[in-house]
Write a protein that binds this ligand. Structure first.
Ligand code: ATP
Ligand code: MG
Length: 589
């Protein structure tokens, strides 16, 4: 059941992965489903990771299983605690309240690192698993591979190793160290661990097949020497397991049943299976399944490119509201429900393609439409003076907070003789089908009455500075002329009550759907208007705006307070999303 608060449907979608899981469950292959989401803490999570999170936690939830959040932190030189913290916060934000019940959390006091996850209920702190907790176990398993004659210490230089590995159509050449005896390998591996050798001097390699058509099976490295501080284990280790070795073992240790990853790992799967079989393990083995990664229009996604945007100050940081990062989307005002609905709607396939950004944007609009409080705000103000209303007279009008949610109630809006309206809602010589205000024309003010423009006041440069209008108060709700119809309705704010607002018109970061098409440098197609800032006027209720709340500035779009600015004592609204897709309209012109 979904609650009215959270519309994320719990009816399972179907796709090839879910079909496989269902089939295996029906066949009694697993007592319980365990998935995992294994980010490397070398950057912030982005919307592509969110797809993977929704898939892994979703499958666990639908099957009453668990999903482990695991920091894939086996590369000491690239990982930082800052990233670990941000990943924890982002995953927590994304799944909290939706998939609490499937968090694969460690048993309290479990320091073995090898324990199967326990299910804990709501309110539990999101305590991730760390691949670095398995360093000792990974090392012992590597020793076991040496003992079984399935791994050897190789002294070739990295360059020699690459040269001798061959190419897809040229077989590799056996390393001269391939035939080293078990005792010598054990001794050398122990001395690697003990810190006797310099970085790169030796590696531990799997002994598989230098002629394999799959290059990943040509005796890949299992361990390398890196005299580097690890963000958790400090200087304890100077040998570190390779990702392709650590990953299957970590999955196994956590009792993972389905190790779901993106398509580029398909060619690594034979090695994944080789590692687990070669270890001759007692429990059931995890299975790797690949799906197509998310590529989204009008953005770049990989952590490396996002880092470049941050480091070159092309954005204000990882949480810049234009960034496709989870923290950027959050800061922009996107709710986790929208991201989950988006992930669900795009589904899971085996084919890499480009997802149109308006699929995400529409998911955000749909979500905000349900919850956003309606407010009136004028972004580019033009003064209107109602000449038949005495200055100083105050009328209070009722306005509905959210037509989608009767429980949101109503508020009172002050209406006086001087108002702000939007500059673009007046045209002196309008084109056909312009239904807003024009000289001598009429328009309805939302929640108020119909006004007529009697006079246009201009400055010495010919700029319109003020409109002098007459209000027909009998066209208000309950008035004798309330049924009177005009074609246009516009928003407004009482000038003497207006709340000054800083508004950031957050927009797509790039002007091209595929910023890197045909090798183009993405920096050449940055959208110069993606963060335009305006001084606007809002109705008084916006003076009490709260960070947790979402607002629809009627006819303009969805806005919310910037949480980082608010924390620093500044009041800035970010446009989370425009009302309509203005890009599609522009493209048609
Ligand atoms: P990037 O390529 O963006 O730097 P990554 O794959 O190196 O990301 P990891 O931290 O290794 O990032 O990813 C954690 C998980 O998220 C992996 O299982 C990976 O397959 C998945 N993932 C990463 N990017 C995407 C994406 N664009 N779409 C779907 N899943 C993704
Ligand atoms: Mg990766």
């Amino acid at each position: 059941m979904s609650s009215p608060e959270d519309p994320t449907p719990v009816v399972a979608p179907t796709d090839f992965i879910r079909d496989q899981v269902a089939g295996e469950l029906a066949a009694g292959k697993h007592p319980r489903i365990v998935t995992r989401f294994p980010p490397e803490p070398n950057g912030y999570l982005h919307i592509g990771h969110a797809k993977s999170i929704c898939l892994n936690f979703g499958i666990a939830q639908e099957n009453h299983g668990t999903c482990n959040l695991r920091m894939d932190d086996t590369n000491p030189t690239r990982e930082e605690t800052e990233y670990v913290d941000s990943i924890r916060a982002d995953v927590d934000w994304l799944i909290r309240g939706w998939a609490d019940s499937v968090l694969g959390l460690k048993e309290e006091g479990d320091t073995s690192g090898a324990g199967i996850s326990a299910v804990k209920g709501q309110g539990t702190r999101l305590e991730p698993f760390y691949a670095s907790d398995y360093f000792e176990q990974l090392y012992q398993f590597a020793v076991r591979l040496i003992e079984k004659g399935r791994a050897y210490v190789c002294d070739l230089t990295p360059e020699q190793m690459i040269e001798m590995r061959g190419t897809p159509d040229r077989p590799g050449t056996d390393s001269p160290f391939r035939s080293r005896g078990v005792a010598e390998n054990l001794d050398l591996f122990a001395r690697m661990r003990a810190g006797e050798f310099t970085d790169g001097a030796r590696v531990l390699r799997a002994k598989i097949d230098m002629n394999s058509p799959n290059i990943h099976l040509r005796d890949p490295a299992l361990y390398r020497i890196r005299h580097a501080e690890h963000h958790r284990s400090g200087a304890k280790w100077c040998v570190y397991p390779m990702y392709d070795y650590a990953h299957p073992v970590s999955d196994y240790l956590e009792g993972v049943t389905h190790s779901i990853c993106t398509l580029e790992f398909e060619v690594h799967r034979p090695f994944y299976d080789w590692v687990l079989r070669a270890l001759e393990l007692p429990r059931a083995l995890p299975r790797q399944i690949e799906f197509a990664r998310l590529n989204l229009g009008y953005t770049v996604m990989s952590k490396r490119k996002l880092l470049q945007l941050v480091e070159e100050r092309l954005v204000t940081g990882w949480s810049d509201p234009r960034m496709p990062t989870v923290c950027g989307l959050r800061r922009r005002g996107v709710r986790p429900e929208a991201i989950r609905n988006f992930a669900r709607s795009i589904g899971v396939t085996k084919y890499n393609g480009l997802t149109e950004v308006n699929v995400l944007e529409n998911a955000i609009r749909d979500d905000l439409n349900r919850v956003a409080l309606r407010r009136l705000a004028v972004l580019r103000p033009l003064k209107v003076v109602l000449t038949n209303i005495p200055s100083g007279q105050l009328l209070e009008l009722d306005a509905i907070n959210n037509p989608e949610d009767p429980a949101a109630g109503t508020r009172r809006m002050p209406f006086t003789s001087e108002l702000w309206i939007e500059q673009e809602d007046f045209m002196e010589t309008p084109p056909p089908k312009y239904f807003r205000l024009r000289p001598g024309g009429e328009v309805r003010l939302k929640y108020a009455c119909i006004i007529r423009c009697d006079e246009v006041v201009k400055d010495a440069l010919g700029q319109v500075t003020e409109l002098r209008c007459t209000a027909d108060l009998e066209t208000r709700t309950g008035g004798v002329n309330s049924a009177k119809k005009v074609k246009g309705t516009i928003h407004w704010v009482s000038a003497s009550h207006a709340q000054p607002l800083m508004v950031r018109m957050v927009d797509r970061l790039f002007t091209e759907e595929e910023p890197e098409k045909n090798g183009r440098d993405f920096k050449t197609v940055l959208n110069p208007h993606s963060l335009d800032q305006l001084s606007a006027f809002g109705e008084p209720a916006l003076g009490q705006a709260r960070v947790e709340e979402r607002y629809q500035f009627e006819r303009i779009g969805y806005f919310s307070l910037d949480p980082e600015d608010a924390a620093a004592g500044r009041t800035v609204f970010n446009r989370t999303m425009s009302m309509k897709d203005t890009w599609a309209k522009a493209a048609k012109k």
